[in-house]
Ligand binder design. Structure first.
Ligand code: NAD
Length: 473
């Protein structure tokens, strides 16, 4: 059993000064596998000071120098890919194929940021005036549990490209993953203080980081509830914010769709990352006249999903990350039953033959839009099927949410789906595909509308979140 008792500050692993502890579990068995010593205010202040000091010189490095650093970070992650994958399977419990994909995407975030950087005009003329894009300053990066490497690297890459220094406060659930990632960062030979990482509880370290006058920007990914707290904590020092928050994405199956294909795709969209995906399309909107066919297809498709056996290449669903997450999901399943929804698949408890924090992939039908399972983010493998009469009602129901992260449309008529897509209030709309479509190919802006967030990641949109324009006249 490993104990993580060091913080990564100023390029070194230093003994954590805090004394609290957080146990780490293998979510597929609920057995304890490690322990993290939690940092306290002193560790966080050391990290901020190190980032503040490093910013003085790092902010003046050249594009070429930062491009080289990004390349080295990419290579350092690729070199340790096997260990990173193994650790994420053990600690987070995601099946191997998805874990390899996410780990590689984390490494590639540095390459993508490098490409954007090499192309980006940091200075431009406005008549006789000069506009300069400057790094915003020290960045506080706070990340969730559901893709540790991806979230941390997705924030570090554009920050380093911009010339910012960073203090990361990762999720408490990912101690082993984060420690290994820090080793990669150390091997990439980045100047000391550019990246600092402190483990600890959000409630304890959040106020220190988000209220500190030397931190310019908070880049947070996590729940909308915590996002709102962070915005309030940062208001006193007028922080810049980039907030990637929760979602409850609609997935509209149009009446012209091939129902078997639509049902299979709907499960991939809804149960992505074992349901622990911010973009998961968990509100499945179905034309009333085709409900019976959709229900039958969903039942057939869910029976084919491979659950558990995390090292099998075709395994799709793993356990939830923690007991807390498992219990939250169970409470939502019970609330669906209490409010009168009907189970089409799954239900309370564990899948047959599995323990740990595995939940049963669950599909509710006869869901009404006012039920909690239709309105609140569950963050587990639970899909709510609702019906609509016509296209107008489908759009209205899709937009009837405080969230606006993603939306999915499945149809045989691409133009029709695109037309409907323009009417959906969401930052990312995907037609006949999974969320992978928005990250494939040239960079696009990634993020949410309404209570799903503020600002965008990806390409120049992501880089500009870390820059401030200045005019010299
Ligand atoms: P969470 O909001 O509970 O925690 C996220 C991070 O915030 C953790 O590091 C936590 O320690 C920290 N935190 C908690 N309280 C804090 C406080 N008062 N001040 C500062 N930091 C604090 O989220 P989670 O359970 O780890 O992750 C799931 C959530 O993340 C879901 O809501 C999901 O939708 C969201 N998410 C969003 C995206 C996106 O891109 N929009 C991506 C992944 C996950």
């Amino acid at each position: 059993m490993k104990t993580i008792d060091r913080s990564f500050i100023n390029g070194e692993f230093k003994p954590t000064r805090g004394t609290g502890q957080f146990d780490l579990y293998d979510p597929s068995t609920a057995e304890i596998i490690g322990r993290t010593v939690l940092g306290d205010e002193r560790d966080m202040l050391d990290a901020i000071e190190s980032a503040r000091e490093a910013f003085k010189t790092f902010s003046r490095t050249s594009v070429a120098e930062r491009g080289e650093m990004l390349l080295r970070l990419h290579e350092a992650l690729r070199k340790r890919e096997d260990a990173l994958v193994e650790t994420a399977i053990l600690e987070y419990g995601s099946p191997v194929t998805a874990t390899v994909g996410r780990t590689r995407a984390a490494a590639n975030a540095f390459l993508e940021a490098r490409e954007t950087l090499l192309d980006y005009p940091f200075e431009m003329a406005a008549g006789k005036k000069l506009v300069v894009m400057e790094p915003v300053g020290v960045v506080g990066a706070i990340t969730p549990f559901n893709a540790d490497y991806g979230h941390i690297c997705g924030k570090l890459a554009p920050a380093i490209a911009a010339g910012c220094t960073v203090v990361v406060k990762p999720s408490e659930n990912n101690g082993l993953e984060t420690e290994l990632l820090c080793r990669c960062i150390q091997e990439a030979d980045i100047p000391p203080g550019v990246v600092n990482v402190v483990e600890g509880r959000g409630e304890a370290l959040g106020p220190v980081l988000c209220g500190h006058p030397d931190v310019a920007l908070i880049n947070f990914t996590g729940s909308t509830r915590v996002g709102k707290e962070i915005a309030a904590l940062g208001a006193g020092t007028m922080k810049r914010f980039c907030l990637e928050l929760g979602g409850k994405s609609p997935n509209i199956i149009l009446d012209d769709a091939d129902i078997d294909k639509a049902a299979a795709l709907a499960l991939v969209i809804g149960f992505s990352n074992s349901g622990q995906a911010c973009h998961a399309g968990t509100r499945l909107l179905v034309p009333k006249k085709r409900l019976k066919e959709v229900e039958a297809s969903l039942k057939r498709a869910v029976a084919k999903l491979k659950i558990g056996h995390l090292l099998d290449a075709d395994s799709f669903i793993g356990p939830l990350v923690s007991r807390k997450q498992f219990e939250t999901v169970q409470a939502y399943i019970r609330s669906g039953l209490d409010e009168g929804a009907q189970l089409l698949a799954g239900g309370p408890g564990h899948p047959e033959g599995l323990g740990g924090y595995y939940a049963r992939p669950t599909i509710f039908t006869k869901v009404s839009p006012s039920m909690r399972i239709a309105r609140e983010e569950i963050f587990g493998p639970v899909i709510a099927v609702m019906t609509y009469e016509d296209e107008e009602q489908a759009v209205e129901m899709a937009n009837d949410t405080v969230y606006g992260l993603a939306a999915f449309i499945i149809s045989a008529d691409q133009d029709r789906a695109m037309r409907i897509g323009r009417r959906i209030h969401a930052g990312m709309v995907v037609v006949n595909d999974t969320i992978g479509a928005v990250v494939a190919g040239p960079p696009a802006p990634l993020g949410g509308m309404k209570e799903s967030g503020l600002g965008r990641a990806g390409g120049r949109w992501g880089l500009e979140a870390y820059l401030e324009p200045k005019v010299i006249a």
